[in-house]
Design a protein around this ligand. Structure first.
Ligand code: S3P
Length: 172
């Protein structure tokens, strides 16, 4: 691998996709999005994959893809699904790929950004805010355990976040 990839992790709605796009322009690197790669391979949306094959199948696809990405030359920006760092195996694979950035947000920010969203199967139901709070609380320690750099994103402009990330990865 030539140079380290930059990996963006974080809860749903933390801004991985939009930050990934801006960062790819800024650093002139190709952006890879694991959700999109899985959707393409399966020729189905994430919701359809969950419905048809179940969450466990999707989780298996995430790990298989991370294994495959170890061969990727680059360096790239890689944005991964919100649940990817939950498996220990995946945290190891992510660290082997490069610098893992955890985009940290509060449940309130996630709720504001994702209310009305229908594309996240894990947040559907009567009380999305409760689901966000519970899942985020369950996951927080594992996001932190898997990260090389933590960026607090609440209330910040995207351009400032890009600067912060560039500064954090400089010389790493
Ligand atoms: C998930 C996050 C989603 C997607 C799937 C499961 C999760 O990606 O991988 O719906 O478990 O947090 P985003 O974080 O890009 O929304």
């Amino acid at each position: 691998m030539k140079g380290k990839h930059i990996i963006l992790t974080g809860f749903m709605g933390s801004g991985k996709s939009s930050i990934g796009i801006k960062l790819s322009y800024r650093l002139k690197r190709v952006l890879l999005d694991t959700d999109k790669l899985i959707e393409k391979k399966e020729n189905k949306s994430i919701s359809e994959i969950f419905e048809t094959f179940g969450e466990a199948y999707f989780r298996e696809q995430e790990t298989i893809l991370l294994e495959k990405l170890q061969e990727e030359t680059g360096p790239r920006i890689i944005s991964v699904g919100g649940g990817t760092p939950m498996r220990e195996e995946n945290r190891t694979l992510l660290k082997a790929l490069g610098i893992v950035i955890y985009l940290q947000v509060t449940p309130e920010t996630v709720y504001e950004r994702l209310k009305g969203d229908t594309t996240r199967p894990l947040l559907q139901g009567d009380d999305p805010m409760e689901k966000i709070r519970t899942l985020l609380a369950e996951r927080k320690e594992l996001y932190l355990a898997g990260a090389d750099v933590v960026i607090d994103c609440d209330g910040k402009q995207i351009n400032d976040l890009i600067e912060e990330i560039c500064e954090a990865v400089k010389g790493k």
